[in-house]
Write a protein that binds this ligand. Structure first.
Ligand SMILES: [Zn+2]
Length: 152
């Protein structure tokens, strides 16, 4: 973990305090470092209809994309509790969309001074689903770049 990564972890921990989590009381913050050098922050936002809740990681990704950035170096995730919390499956898939080499830093509420686990989006999603067009081409002989779908 380099100095930039330590700063990112601490930014995620600070962002965690802005969590809207009246149901779980489990606060999570995320800090996503774009290749431009800009950091995009996110926090979990819960809802009375639980399924509508969004995680901090996806909130940060949506914020970055809305601001015009789509290439990322690293994301730090900081949650309540002293141990690092890994991203949920949905967030892993969303992070992988932006490349398997995206560094994922997972921290507990101690931030960079506490235990931090380091991985990549690719390593967090073994046997990832990334390209439906290739699957369709294999099965139906479709042109993966054409307009014809698989007809399923
Ligand atoms: Zn998640």
């Amino acid at each position: 973990m380099n100095d930039r990564h330590r700063e990112l972890v601490d930014a995620a921990c600070a962002q965690r305090l802005r969590s809207y989590s009246p149901y779980s009381h489990f606060r999570v913050g995320a800090a996503l470092l774009g290749k431009s050098g800009v950091v995009y922050l996110g926090t979990n936002v819960e809802n009375a209809s639980f399924g509508l809740s969004i995680c901090a990681e996806r909130a940060a990704v949506c914020r970055a994309v809305a601001d015009g950035e789509q290439a990322f170096e690293a994301i730090a995730i900081c949650a309540d509790g002293s141990e690092p919390t890994p991203p949920c499956g949905a967030c892993r898939q969303v992070l992988l969309e932006f490349g398997p080499d995206l560094v994922v830093l997972m921290a507990g509420n101690g931030g960079a001074a506490g235990p931090v686990q380091v991985s990549t989006a690719g390593d967090l999603v073994p046997l990832a689903f990334t390209n439906f067009k290739a699957n369709l081409a294999d099965e139906h002989g479709d042109d993966p770049n054409g307009k014809q779908g698989g007809g399923r």
